[in-house]
Design a protein around this ligand. Structure first.
Ligand code: NAD
Ligand code: ZN
Length: 361
């Protein structure tokens, strides 16, 4: 009989600290099988003309591949990058290092998995479909909030749907958490990605799946988010350290619980309107007072303190067919709604209610 409790796979090694990026070379060199083994660095192309570019420790046999995440990761892009990694390395590379936000980290996880599993990444969208362990893979966040650095999923849009490669093998072998790397992240992106962490924790804490493991991490992450986004005199360098740890704790929290209504509705917005994850969440969450009254009030306060405004009326010009698609995508996220509303969620979260919520966004 399968166990009742989730046997959680976690990142086995991590470094945290300002300047920790400087240790990447030493860390990666220990993971090489031999001197000729190639590592593939997948780096967000936003850093092309940035000082970080020259600090990426690309060794003689390694390759740096600039990746573009103007649109969030797709399975076809993962398949292309996997081929590219193989041809650059002249065979299977020794490992993959992803340097960027949640999108690049997810690409790195997915490429590492696909190096050792046949077919297309689209074949593995779902839960525990991956058969073989991934190549060695390292995550280096340059934005904080998604928790992608600790999660067991790599979220991808495929031909049929947006769904992650969820498996124990997806989890990074190593993460390098250097708060200096998020120092230049511009608003509103920094805020939206940071709020992803806040929403993960509000949804977890208000959810029916909550347990003390998840609560402990959520409470800490929420406290850190409040210090970062509500206090006006917080030092930016300190704030970056706090935000990086908030993201880690938020990721650990949902690893043992689940997100809820905000993410379920946000998936529909991303699918039909192409809104980025963080922005879609913020637009959705702002209309969810009936589910998360305290959270929504606090979120609006954070926006006010940060001097930011949300895009308005994003669903106004959609056709009925587009709205129907959004509702379908959202209501297909059963576990999220169950976490929010309990096992009989379908009685409460009807298509009509989803339509009404979307119409307010
Ligand atoms: P992102 O990685 O999509 O990046 C957003 C934008 O910021 C991009 O244009 C990127 O180039 C830029 N950027 C990244 N770092 C920067 C920096 N330091 N300075 C300036 N610009 C920078 O953003 P995100 O919010 O971190 O990630 C969202 C993605 O993560 C989505 O694809 C979502 O599906 C995924 N996600 C994954 C998980 C998971 O557990 N795997 C959880 C939540 C979200
Ligand atoms: Zn999220």
């Amino acid at each position: 009989m399968a166990g009742t409790f989730r046997n959680l796979a976690v990142v086995p090694r991590m470094v945290f600290g300002r300047g920790a990026f400087g240790q990447l070379e030493e860390i990666v060199s220990k993971a090489r099988g031999g001197p000729g083994d190639a590592m593939i660095f997948l780096v967000d192309d936003v850093f092309k003309n940035h000082a970080l570019a020259s600090r990426v420790p690309v060794g003689k046999s390694d390759h740096l591949v600039w990746v573009n995440v103007d649109v969030e990761p797709k399975t076809v892009y993962v398949d292309e990058l996997t081929q590219q990694a193989r041809s650059l390395a002249g065979g299977d590379p020794a490992g993959v290092i992803g340097i960027g936000g949640g999108s690049v980290m997810d690409l790195a996880k997915a490429v590492a998995l696909m190096l050792n599993n046949p077919g297309s990444s689209a074949d593995y969208q779902g839960w525990d479909l991956i058969r073989e362990p991934a190549a060695y893979h390292v995550g280096v966040p340059t934005l904080s909030g998604t928790g992608a650095e600790v999660s067991r999923t790599a979220v991808l849009s495929g031909p049929v749907r947006k769904l992650g490669l969820n498996s124990d093998y997806t989890v990074f072998d190593q993460i390098v958490l250097d708060p200096d790397l998020i120092a230049d992240a511009p608003d509103p992106q920094r805020f939206y990605t940071g709020m992803d962490c806040y929403f993960h924790c509000v949804e977890a804490i208000c959810g029916t799946f909550l347990n003390e493991f998840s609560r402990a991490y959520s409470e800490k992450a929420l406290e850190l988010c409040r210090q970062v986004f509500l206090e006006t005199d917080v030092d930016r360098r300190e704030a970056d350290e706090k935000l990086m740890m908030a993201s880690y704790c938020g990721g650990m929290s949902i690893a043992y619980s689940q997100v809820g209504a905000c993410h379920a509705l946000s998936y529909g917005l991303s699918f039909v309107l192409g809104l980025r994850h963080g922005e879609g969440n913020a637009v959705a969450f702002n209309q969810l007072e009936e589910f998360y009254p305290d959270g929504v009030r606090e979120f609006r306060k954070m926006m006010e303190v940060q001097g930011l405004e949300l895009p308005a009326h994003v669903t106004r010009d959609l056709t009925d067919a587009q709205i129907d698609k959004m509702i379908e995508v959202s209501l297909s996220m059963g576990p999220l709604w169950e976490n929010c509303l309990g096992p009989n969620w379908k009685n409460e979260m009807t298509p009509e209610r989803a339509r009404e919520l979307y119409s307010r966004m």
